[in-house]
Design a protein around this ligand. Structure first.
Ligand code: SF4
Ligand code: SF4
Length: 248
């Protein structure tokens, strides 16, 4: 059965079972060349998951982004209209249970947002949702009586949501609760991605660690400086982080 994947931004991907269901004018992403664009009226992508490995995902997504941007600049038509939907890519040999393939589709979704801000916003929310669901209902930090595993033998409560009020004062600075911690339900009001990515020694000993280069959406769409801020802008609300990323 054919499936349509909504990319949430007026574009769609069609999952097909056979090669002959793919329009002849589509371009195979395995051997995309910018020179081929000149001869095309419409740009439609063809993705065969049997033709490339997960190691090539980053390179291929970057190439699709480049081709999409050039297509927009050249004012060529993107996608094929089918049943009032614009299909930008036809995919074959897709396994919806394969996490890596689903991440690749999220990458295509990110590419087709019209502006860089909307793309970053989508990536930010998608990675936050992934991290939230990773922790959801598992008590991986082993909270007991409001003390987490890392701080078990200290007087510190509410985990690692503390920071120094005035760093310039050095040892005289006071450790205070983060202002974004919701005191009623102990959740974060800031949706801070760098905080969500943070793992302390306690979690790392349990084998839990998040590396930016291992999260496809972050690795493909951000440059080294942006990645630095994604890692270190802790205690910061989402809007402020996005504002910083868009400037870099
Ligand atoms: S990440 Fe570490 S320090 Fe922070 S709440 Fe979890 S166990 Fe505690
Ligand atoms: S911003 Fe970071 S430190 Fe502050 S409440 Fe949210 S997760 Fe905790």
């Amino acid at each position: 059965m054919n499936d349509i994947i909504n990319l949430n931004n007026n574009y769609y991907i069609k999952v097909v079972n056979k090669n002959n269901e793919i329009p002849f004018e589509s371009m195979n992403i395995k051997n995309l060349k910018l020179t081929k664009l000149l001869k095309k009226q419409k740009i439609i992508f063809q993705v065969d998951f049997n033709e490339f490995s997960t190691k090539e995902y980053k390179k291929i997504l970057k190439k699709i982004l480049l081709v999409k941007n050039v297509t927009m600049k050249m004012k060529k038509k993107l996608g094929l209209d089918e049943d009032k939907k614009t299909i930008v890519a036809y995919i074959i040999n897709f396994n919806e249970k394969n996490v890596a393939q689903k991440d690749f589709i999220s990458g295509i979704s990110a590419i087709f947002y019209p502006t860089r801000y909307e793309r970053y916003n989508y990536i930010y929310d998608t990675v936050c949702d992934y991290l939230d669901s990773y922790f959801y209902g598992k008590n991986l930090c082993d909270f007991k009586n409001n003390k987490c595993g890392e701080k078990r033998n200290t007087s510190s409560t509410t985990g690692c949501c503390h920071h120094f009020r005035n760093k310039a004062l050095g040892p005289f600075s006071k450790l205070v609760l983060c202002e974004y911690l919701n005191k009623e339900n102990y959740t974060c009001d800031a949706k801070c991605l760098p905080c969500k990515l943070f793992t302390c020694d306690y979690l790392e000993k349990k084998g839990i660690k998040f590396k930016i280069k291992e999260i496809l959406l972050l690795d493909v769409f951000f440059n080294p400086l942006q990645k630095y801020f994604i890692k270190y802008m802790v205690f910061t609300p989402k809007e402020k982080i996005l504002k910083r990323l868009i400037k870099l």
